[in-house]
Design a protein around this ligand. Structure first.
Ligand SMILES: Nc1nc2c(c(=O)[nH]1)N[C@H]1C(S)=C(S)[C@@H](COP(=O)(O)OP(=O)(O)OC[C@H]3O[C@@H](n4cnc5c(=O)[nH]c(N)nc54)[C@H](O)[C@@H]3O)O[C@H]1N2
Ligand SMILES: Nc1nc2c(c(=O)[nH]1)N[C@H]1C(S)=C(S)[C@@H](COP(=O)(O)OP(=O)(O)OC[C@H]3O[C@@H](n4cnc5c(=O)[nH]c(N)nc54)[C@H](O)[C@@H]3O)O[C@H]1N2
Ligand SMILES: [Mo]
Length: 764
């Protein structure tokens, strides 16, 4: 029987019923369907937050105002008029200022599906009109993207793809030490879609096979209950010091695998001189580490001894490096694994990102499916993605990145699709100031997000349930035809149709569309996929058959991957693509850059904000991890995410001791504040959080309001408070997890949320 499917980053679904009666059932073979999906259909139907018609900000329409992007009304217009205005504005900016004045970096997760991928569509369109300034790397793991090639010779993607597969750990690992945990919460998603969720299942198997699991995190729930009796909670952002203390304990007890270091690494002499204090006079003993991390020296020694006597995998979650000097825990974790000699063994070594998304460690063959061609971008200017506010605030200013110095171009027009910078970027009040700089902001959105509300021209786009697409992901065996299940909401169109409308007006329609409509493109991608599959002896059904059956499962191999396997077997025949051909514990290339915030080997550097700094007394470290009930800000207006709120506010997790100290009760509204901003949240008390921590998930739609003269985000977006600083001059990654805040009980009236309702509309 023909089935209809829907697919998202959080899972795959069978559609039941039609229109008002549409329901989505997780596919039957998904062992652990996500929580997130429970809010999908409700969010898509939510009339309060969906965008119905094209809209233009009133101040911009009347007089090209750019100062009032944070609080203006909108004028709804017809499609032709909106497209005419946007096309004329693009033309003007290109003619007067050139394509270097357009920012199309437009970061964000968008939706699953190979054709309607929002950023690919935007780039393809902008490239037909001369290109745009782009963004490099991610908010997820920017330090890995820049650092790993220099020290392992692998790109971050290659590193993730080749990490030891779960079955090897289940069979061989004796001790799994998890910095930042390995969490089913984050393992709900995979960029571009997944048909299954199996991370907690693999952890159960590793546990059942007798491995000990140790969680190192300020939040105990970063590991499923029952799997890791041992919970170590150092001060946030001090993992590098803990790793260094562990390394010292190995030296102290003569348990360093010096044979491994000599054969497979360079730079150990530099690192050892630093660890012992020969180079700087400070011995990095467990006592030294205890002073920084707040842990007991004896427990650091005990863990080091256990690591030396058991086959140990050191796992570092991506979130650990989303912090000031985020390169360091990554590099030091790798160095520690090298000192233990476990790299290249099936049960040991170093991992970066198990559980951070669901496919990491998944066994099976990878297939590099085709994607929408983006064309050529002649503009070479770029930013490291998290430097967006700096870009807008400092045209002509310079920044360093991966060994070179670059300049910020002068941006006049921002075109954003498939992302929500007014949730994802750090220090949103600073971004709001930066956002007054461009002359024009265009946004395509499904919902009236905080970013759509801050655009001049808003194009309403349909959600994935309202268009057809194909899910193909190199790390998932299922190929899924995503049926159009609902009529387009209001007057919304696909992003593709928006660009066709613009391209037509700009004279580039033929180059952009190549004469294809949606179905033509899906057929085109499918025929490219068929050729790719054939090379791996996989015979795909023809397009019509695939569309009818809805799902095709590629034959699954049980390929397991052993990272660094060939290199360890023969480092001379199979050198790494680093300057030395080996793992670089000291990188002369990085040392020669002379960066104070990222020297030639891993070191402990104090973060810009942390609990160990003078004056931190009474402050809490804000940890803003990924939300359980949504994907970042996506589906926040849906029923599942809303049901998690406390009196409509985002929950902030606090230790009962913290609450007592500040006179806060469970369910109270609290005010979090620092010199960058203020936000409200709803207190949830739990012993699973370190006492000097506030854990507030990302993604609550930003809703700043003037309350008694103060600007307060009344909903609970942590980026009201976070620090907007590159984590070093090497990677310029974001440092979201480096933030101190004050907390107090909110005693004022609770202002109603506005962000889940339509903005104000004005007549002409
Ligand atoms: N404090 C703090 N901040 C963080 C993080 C953190 O740990 N702490 N994590 C960071 C990380 S790792 C990430 S990846 C970012 C995530 O930040 P984003 O990726 O920006 O977050 P999303 O909410 O997924 O935004 C996607 C937007 O695209 C829209 N969208 C979906 N599909 C389509 C489509 O087909 N077309 C168009 N036009 N729009 C579409 C959605 O409605 C949504 O508004 O957040 C970062 N921010
Ligand atoms: N449900 C859901 N899943 C998601 C996402 C989502 O939005 N929703 N987003 C996806 C995306 S884009 C990404 S990049 C990944 C991110 O995946 P991760 O980066 O692994 O997830 P985070 O929750 O940001 O961080 C993991 C944990 O690290 C801990 N932590 C924070 N700071 C420190 C520290 O200094 N030391 C230690 N030891 N621990 C610390 C926090 O308690 C946090 O729970 O998640 C993906 N998965
Ligand atoms: Mo991410």
């Amino acid at each position: 029987m023909d089935e209809r499917y829907a697919c998202a980053h959080w899972g795959s679904y069978v559609a039941l019923g039609d229109r008002e009666a549409l329901r989505l059932e997780p596919v039957a073979d998904d062992p652990a369907p996500s929580v997130i999906g429970e809010g999908w259909v409700g969010a898509v139907r939510d009339a309060g937050s969906r965008i119905r018609r094209p809209a233009i900000r009133r101040g911009w329409l009347d007089g090209r105002d750019r100062s009032n992007r944070n609080d203006d009304s909108f004028v709804e217009v017809g499609w032709d008029e909106a497209l005419d205005i946007a096309a004329a504005e693009l033309r003007r900016v290109i003619d007067v200022h050139g394509n270097r004045a357009i920012f199309g970096g437009s970061y964000g997760w968008a939706s699953a599906g190979r054709f309607h991928h929002a950023q690919s569509q935007l780039k393809r369109f902008l490239n037909t009109v001369g290109g745009c300034v782009s963004a490099v790397d991610t908010y997820s793991h920017a330090t890995g993207e820049v650092l790993l090639p220099h020290i392992t010779g692998m790109s971050n993607r290659q590193f993730q793809d080749e990490m030891n597969s779960w079955p090897l750990l289940a069979e061989h690992c004796q001790l799994l030490v998890c910095f930042g945990g390995i969490s089913g919460r984050t393992a709900q998603v995979m960029s571009s879609g997944t048909s299954r969720h199996e991370v907690d299942g693999w952890l159960q198997r590793i546990h059942a096979a007798g491995a000990r699991i140790v969680t190192i995190s300020p939040n105990r729930t970063d590991m499923a209950a029952g799997l890791a009796p041992e919970w170590i909670a150092p001060r946030p952002n001090t993992d590098t010091a803990l790793m260094i203390g562990l390394a010292y304990a190995l030296i102290e007890t003569d348990r360093v695998d010096r044979g491994f270091l000599a054969r497979y690494t360079v730079g150990w002499d530099h690192l050892e001189a630093y660890l012992t204090g020969r180079s700087d006079g400070v011995a990095k003993s467990p006592e030294w580490a205890a002073g920084i991390t707040g842990l007991a020296a004896a427990s650091i020694r005990a863990l080091a001894a256990d690591m030396a006597s058991n086959r140990t995998m050191i796992s570092v979650a991506w979130g650990i490096q989303r912090a000031d000097h985020g390169e360091q825990p990554l590099w030091m974790g790798l160095a520690l694994a090298a000192m233990l000699g476990g790299i290249g063994t099936p049960g040991g070594g170093f991992a970066f990102g198990y559980g951070s998304t669901t496919p990491v460690g998944r066994p099976g063959n990878h297939v590099n499916w085709p994607s929408l061609a983006q064309g050529h971008n002649p503009v070479k200017d770029f930013i490291p993605v998290a430097r967006i506010s700096d870009l807008l605030l400092d045209p002509g200013g310079s920044f360093t990145y991966d060994g070179a110095t670059h300049r910020y171009p002068d941006i006049r027009l921002v075109y954003w699709v498939g992302g929500n910078p007014f949730h994802h970027h750090q220090d949103l009040n600073r971004l709001a100031a930066a956002w007054t700089r461009p002359e024009t902001v265009i946004v395509n959105e499904i919902w009236w997000t905080a970013t759509a509300r801050r655009a001049d021209i808003v194009f309403p786009v349909c959600s994935p349930l309202e268009r057809a697409d194909i899910m193909m992901n190199r790390r998932d065996p299922a190929l899924i035809f995503m049926q159009k299940l609902l009529p387009a909401y209001g007057e919304s169109r696909s992003d593709y149709d928006v660009y066709c409308g613009l391209a037509k007006r700009l004279g580039t329609l033929a180059a952009f569309s190549e004469g294809r409509d949606e179905e033509g493109w899906l057929r085109h991608l499918w025929s490219a996929a068929t050729a790719v599959a054939a090379k791996q002896d996989i015979a795909l059904p023809d397009f019509a058959a695939f569309r009818a059956m809805g799902r095709f499962d590629c034959p699954r191999t049980d390929t397991t991957r052993l990272q660094f396997g060939a290199f360890i077997e023969d480092p001379v025949a199979n050198p790494l693509a680093t300057p030395s051909g080996r793992i670089e514990l000291n990188s002369q290339w990085i040392a020669d850059l002379g960066l104070a915030d990222c020297p030639g080997h891993p070191v402990w550097l104090e973060p810009a904000e942390w609990l160990g700094q003078p004056g931190a007394d009474g402050m809490l470290h804000l940890v803003s991890g990924q939300p359980l009930t949504r994907l970042h800000s996506q589906l926040d207006s849906g029923p599942r995410s809303r049901s998690s709120k406390i009196r409509g506010r985002e929950p902030v997790y606090l230790n009962p001791e913290t609450a007592r100290r500040h006179g806060i009760g469970d369910g109270d509204i609290v005010l979090l504040s620092n010199r960058r901003g203020r936000c409200l949240a709803g207190a949830v008390l739990t012993g699973d959080i370190r006492p000097d921590i506030a854990w507030l998930a990302t993604g609550a739609w930003f809703d700043p309001q003037r309350v008694d003269g103060e600007l307060i985000d009344v909903h609970g977006n942590p980026n009201t408070l976070t620090l907007d600083k590159g984590c070093s001059g090497l990677s310029q990654g974001n440092a979201a997890h480096t933030t101190l805040v004050r907390i107090e009980r909110w005693t004022g009236q609770l202002p109603p949320l506005t962000v889940f309702s339509q903005p104000r509309f004005a007549a002409r």
